[in-house]
Design a protein around this ligand. Structure first.
Ligand code: FES
Length: 309
């Protein structure tokens, strides 16, 4: 007889052959949410499959496929009302209480949603940019001038990033986080490095304006890493804010921070360098420890990119 282990409920239950996870859970007294009554219409019964290495779950039926595509569910997110068990599996319920139900139903009723609250896993190039000595700039200048300058700076950077097929996901004070996502990961990496070099060039061109208007110049530092992230929306009735999470994001941020120590402007991680090394002109290279990361990591200062190679 197959068993289903519900990890956060600390329960292991028996299931009949071919029974759905939802049916087995309800029979065992687990209050598994199922707003549409198991008809594959609400997704509130969604579960994360922690372990099904031996393939003990039925494949997605057409209705489940439709919802999974619409909400970008990765293969390990299943509808408990549709996933039938033929052997042992480990799982975790994702919609636990009324608040989860509200959020789930809000997402399902909104048109045009591109990322679900569950999240989509993607392999992307991640670019962090940060203005050097921004604190001292903002201490000297009037707040209105600071906002005006930031608007001008972000406007320029956004144009460049979008021109290179990237998207800004987050502004953090004077910093920004952009993702580059293409079918071919090497293309994402090349796009991100191309954008970074153009951002530096644009910043150089902005210096005379900064000197003239504020009596100060400003530099930026950029760090790029590539890897897997999960993109989701944190969503309420008023806002739809995309959010990107993953160890790769933290890593890219650490790469960017190293510019200060090394006196460089654009650093890329080993994974970016290895894919593009034939096209890159590099300056400084080093192997260093990064805060919060184990081991030593190769960093490469990029001076130019030859996309024709
Ligand atoms: S209970 Fe609604 S989709 Fe499963």
């Amino acid at each position: 007889m197959p068993s289903i282990e519900f990890l956060s409920d600390n329960k292991k239950i028996d299931a009949e052959q071919g029974e759905s996870i939802l049916q087995a859970a309800l029979r065992a007294g687990i209050s598994h949410t199922h707003v549409c009554g198991g008809k594959a219409r609400c997704t509130t019964c969604r579960v994360l499959i922690i372990d099904d290495t031996d393939g003990h779950l039925s494949p997605r039926c057409d209705r489940e496929k439709l919802l999974a595509d619409k909400f970008g569910f990765s293969s390990n997110i299943r509808l408990a009302c549709q996933a039938k068990v033929t052997g042992d599996v480990k799982t975790r319920r994702l919609v636990i209480d009324d608040e989860d139900v509200d959020i789930t139903l809000l997402n399902i009723t909104e048109e045009g949603e591109s990322f679900s609250s569950t999240g989509i896993e993607k392999s992307v190039a991640i670019l962090f940019a940060d203005i050097r000595d921004f604190t001292s700039f903002s201490e000297i200048q009037l707040p209105y001038d600071v906002i005006h300058m930031l608007n001008r700076y972000f406007y320029r950077m956004r144009q460049i990033i979008e021109h290179n097929h990237g998207e800004i996901f987050n502004y953090m004070g004077d910093g920004l986080l952009a993702l580059f996502d293409a079918d071919d990961c090497n293309v994402s990496k090349a796009n991100s490095v191309g954008a970074a070099l153009q951002m530096l060039d644009s910043m150089d061109k902005m210096q005379s304006y900064l000197e003239r208007t504020y009596g100060q110049s400003l530099e930026i530092g950029i760090g790029i890493h590539a890897g897997d992230v999960v993109i989701g929306s944190i969503d309420d009735a008023c806002n739809d804010k995309k959010m990107v999470i993953g160890d790769s994001v933290n890593f890219a941020s650490r790469v960017e921070s190293e510019n200060k120590r090394l006196g460089s402007r654009l650093l890329v991680s080993e994974s970016v360098y290895e894919s593009l090394k034939d096209k890159l002109e590099t300056g400084l290279t080093c192997s260093t420890e990064l805060k919060g990361k184990q081991g030593r990591h190769g960093l490469y200062e990029v001076l130019s990119l030859d996309t024709d190679k």
